[in-house]
Write a protein that binds this ligand. Structure first.
Ligand code: MLT
Length: 412
């Protein structure tokens, strides 16, 4: 009989969002009348249609595929040059940041890349992960065998957790001890906190001093509204030597179902061999992509490229403004309901302290049963998320306003 990967057996519960879906389904089956008025503010999934510029480009690309002269088969695994060029120019060089076209790797999602990046890293790295955190960073390290078992609080042996609390504004300082790989997400999922320039400078300085690698997830950068908050880790001098950045079209372009993202691997980012030799990670990632991936479909990449046209950019801005408008409505309502609220200013998530006495899943059950609204329990993002819950602003305006009313009507 074949052997299985026993590291998967250390993962106690199912992945957070399927677990929420399971509970919501059970609720719907038990209360069909309530299920009809259910509003989902759980998983951060967009609700508004794709920008018209994208839709037109997708149609055009389908027509391209229908004609022999413009038909495409396999594309470059790392993305078509025209998309990589548009990304590097618009997202980086136009903002004064040095990123070459061939340092952009187009993919089918940041979630996939955040997990896949472990393919090119060694197994003996000391991994630091914020808590609460997007569960993918932890779970993929568990799956890769980089941890021991979880304790009663769900914390895995071998991971260096960086607590994100009200006291530190949900942005941790670099640890006193040495770690090798650090996951940072800003603006943050789930807390909505965005790291300031001095905070990111401290992380880059730490990484450079310790030869550490920063895995910087900037999937929500389009939601930054406060001036001065960095949109990219490469705004920090020295980051090209120590950081890989993950970006996504999911949350700004509405591509959660369309699937397109990119990862920036500067050629100057080095890691070392067991024998102490420094080598660039860029060729390893290229090798990984060309071996394990066949590229994002031509049609989808054409859609993504349309996000960079003048109309596309305007339409993306309108989408982001729409969701940020929802966030403002939710923040105001939750505050008026007497709840302590964070986030929602530079991110599409609001992070709410559950009234005292309520654990995260208890708050989840109460809001589901009494308000018929699905949120995400903070404890699902890590032990420091216990006692909080996350409300996603990805919704129609009418739904956001209705959720606001229901949150205000809820008696704790
Ligand atoms: C979330 O709700 O945390 C995100 O939608 C998950 C994801 O982007 O994969």
């Amino acid at each position: 009989m074949a052997l299985l990967n026993e590291h998967y057996l250390k993962l106690k519960a199912g992945y957070l969002f399927p677990e929420i879906a399971r509970r919501v389904k059970a609720f719907g089956e038990a209360h069909p009348e309530a299920a009809a008025r259910l509003i989902r503010c759980g998983i951060g999934d967009v609700t508004e249609p794709l920008p018209p510029a994208v839709v037109a480009a997708l149609h055009q690309a389908v027509d391209d595929m229908a004609r022999r002269e413009t038909f495409r088969g396999y594309g470059p695994e790392q993305g078509y040059d025209w998309l990589r060029g548009a990304i590097a120019q618009s997202d980086y060089r136009d903002r004064g940041l040095e990123v070459a076209d061939d340092e952009i790797f187009v993919s089918d999602g940041s979630k996939c890349d955040c997990g896949a990046i472990l393919d090119i890293l060694g197994h003996r790295n000391r991994i630091a992960i914020t808590d609460p955190v997007y569960p993918v960073y932890v779970d993929t390290n568990v799956m890769a065998g980089h941890t021991g078992e979880a304790d009663a609080s769900g914390a895995f042996a071998g991971i260096h957790y960086l607590p994100c609390t009200e006291a530190n504004g949900f942005i941790p300082e670099p640890p006193k001890t040495a770690v090798d790989v650090i996951y940072l997400c800003s603006p943050n999922n789930p807390t909505g906190a965005a790291a300031t320039r001095p905070q990111l400078e401290a992380w880059v300085a730490y990484a450079r001093a310790h030869g550490a690698l920063l895995l910087f997830d900037a999937a929500y950068e389009a939601y930054i509204t406060e001036p001065g908050v960095p949109h990219s880790i490469y705004e920090i001098p020295g980051a090209r030597e120590c950081a890989i950045e993950f970006r996504s079209f999911s949350k700004d372009g509405g591509f959660t179902g369309t699937r397109c993202a990119f990862t920036v691997v500067p050629k100057s980012v080095l890691a070392r061999t067991e024998s102490g030799e420094s080598r660039p990670l860029h060729p390893l990632w290229l090798r990984r992509m060309t071996t394990k991936f066949n590229g994002v479909p031509y049609i989808i990449q054409r859609g993504a490229a349309a996000l960079y046209t003048p109309e596309g950019r305007q339409q993306v801005r309108a989408l982001v403004e729409h969701y940020l408008g929802n966030a403002r409505i939710l923040v105001t309502a939750a505050r008026q309901a007497g709840l302590k609220v964070f986030g929602g200013v530079n991110a599409p998530y609001i992070w709410v302290a559950a009234p005292s006495g309520y654990a995260s899943w208890q708050a989840f059950d109460k809001i589901l049963n009494e308000a018929h609204v699905v949120i995400t329990p903070g404890g699902g993002f890590g032990s420091q998320g216990e006692g909080y819950f996350r409300v996603s602003a990805f919704n129609s305006r009418a739904n956001a306003e209705e959720v606001a009313r229901r949150l205000q009507a809820l008696r704790w």
